[in-house]
Write a protein that binds this ligand. Structure first.
Ligand code: UD1
Ligand code: CA
Length: 452
């Protein structure tokens, strides 16, 4: 099956410089969601019909498997599909989707496709509580679909119909081509309506069938930021429900945001207001406390992420304690039972098993062995203003508080650095190294007093 995605509408009501179909939902452009649904059901060609802002839209999806068709001017949905026809092969069927209808589910499309078979015209319809604005499905006394009438062209009796056209349909390509050649724009909007193919199919004796989605929200479109926000909440709630069904504990399923994919093991617990971006994996018994942001991280079994931690592009081992207020920037790998405490920033570093940096530190471009204690206020001076250098700290090192390690520098196994040290050359293994002005006491010193 082939797919056509209509995405030429301007989206003026978004009041944004960003083309409508590039507006993000769950961190991904609307069109990205539709393409994912399309790819799930169709291995064959996908053609996107674009108009306004088309170049930006194309650049956002450099996939060579997508064919792009330009529609200018925009003369209606039927005219839009017609622009895609040169990109479609004559045989088989085509699924029509919309770039601004992002939540359509694969299961629904599979059902619609099955209903269409190779010869039928299959429409996705919804029994809407409020059908205002939508095209109505008009059936005969036997319940057979006759045609679709748009809201603006409908008579009072037709307006009472609650079964609406979602716009999503599957049609045999060769038939579709013929029907599109025959549609006219003699209607209240002066547009070439895709929906007019239904009446033509009936006239040609082609069977028209309908199926319904599992959820009405799958077929909702986005025309404004209000609708975008509504769909975001619907989608997030659906993702949260899936996690709950998988056995994840969510303290409040209304207060989690997933912008990418979140893979969870058994007995994972997630507190409120956490954001997951990119690809995140949480192992068994991981706990993520409130207000954490995790982007592209893998977290090992039993690790606890304490509140307000911000973790990016890193790997965390088993049984670690992270935060509160920890920051891991890209390129970190923590072993097992590593502790990173409050206001500890780590970047592009490896920290081996049982090591701890509990308070107020910056660890950048460092290789830290196991059972190392990084004292409060320790800083790796990794950058000289032009180049970056590594700090190596071997196993069993104890680093006193308020130490600066001026890289490149190495601290040998079992070494101790005295508090306040500014380390500018390597510290030998097993020894105490410190750089510190000797402490003096001036016993007859007097505090100054204010002159009269
Ligand atoms: C259309 C259907 C209506 C259905 C409704 C569902 C027609 C004639 N009517 O109405 O039966 O109930 O969708 O939302 O099809 N587009 C283009 N090029 C165009 C016109 C539209 O690409 O020239 C795209 C738009 O970007 C949009 C979609 O097609 O994504 C629907 O267009 P819109 O004008 O919103 O159609 P409706 O009037 O809502
Ligand atoms: Ca619409």
């Amino acid at each position: 099956m082939q797919v056509v995605i209509l995405a030429a509408g301007q989206g003026k009501r978004m009041r944004s410089d960003l083309p409508k179909v590039l507006q993000p939902l769950a961190g991904k452009p609307l069109l990205g969601h539709v393409l994912a649904a399309a790819r799930a059901v169709a291995r064959a060609r996908i053609c996107v019909v674009h108009g306004h802002g088309g170049e930006r839209v194309r650049e956002a999806f450099p996939d060579p498997a997508i064919a792009w068709a330009k529609q200018e001017p925009q003369l209606g949905t039927g005219h839009a599909v017609q622009q895609a026809l040169p990109h479609l092969s004559e045989t088989g069927t085509v699924l029509v989707l919309y770039g601004d209808v992002p939540l359509i589910l694969e299961a629904t499309l599979v059902r619609l496709t099955a209903a269409a078979g190779s010869e039928r015209l299959a429409l996705l319809t919804v029994e809407a509580k409020d059908p205002t604005g939508y095209g109505r499905i008009i059936r005969d006394d036997a319940g057979r679909v006759q045609h679709i009438v748009e809201q603006k062209d409908a008579n009072p009796e037709q307006l009472r119909v609650h079964e609406i056209n979602t716009g999503i349909l599957v049609a045999p390509v060769a038939r579709l081509r013929g029907w599109l050649e025959r549609i006219r724009n003699h209607n209240s909007q002066g547009e070439y309506y895709l929906t007019d193919i239904v009446g033509l199919a009936v006239a040609d004796g082609v069977e028209v069938v309908t199926t319904q989605p599992d959820h009405e929200w799958e077929t909702l479109g986005v025309n404004s930021k209000v609708q975008l926000a509504e769909l975001e909440r619907i989608h997030q709630r659906d993702l949260a429900d899936q996690l709950l069904e998988d056995g994840v504990t969510l303290i409040d399923p209304a207060r989690i945001d997933i912008r990418g994919d979140l893979v969870c093991g058994r007995d994972v617990e997630i507190d409120v207001n956490c954001v997951f971006e990119g690809h995140v994996e949480l192992g068994d018994h991981v706990k993520v406390s409130s207000h954490c942001v995790l982007r592209d991280v893998v977290v090992g079994t039993g690790t606890v992420i304490n509140p307000f931690s911000h973790l990016e592009n890193s790997e965390i081992g088993k049984g670690c304690q992270i935060g509160p207020y920890a920051r891991m920037r890209p390129g970190c790998r923590l072993g097992n039972d590593v502790h990173l405490g409050n206001f500890v920033e780590v970047k592009n570093s490896v920290i081996a098993d049982h090591s701890k940096a509990n308070h107020l530190s910056y660890v950048g471009d460092a290789d830290i062995g196991s059972k190392v204690n990084v004292g409060a206020g320790t800083i790796t001076c990794n950058y000289d203003g032009a180049n970056k250098f590594r700090t190596v700290i071997e196993d069993d090192v104890f680093i006193g508080s308020d130490t600066q390690l001026v890289a490149p520098v190495r601290v040998g196994r079992g070494a101790t650095l005295g508090a306040g040290t500014t380390l500018t050359s390597d510290a030998p293994a097993g020894e105490l190294t410190l750089s510190r002005a000797r402490q003096v006491t001036i016993s007859d010193w007097k505090r100054p007093v204010k002159k009269k």
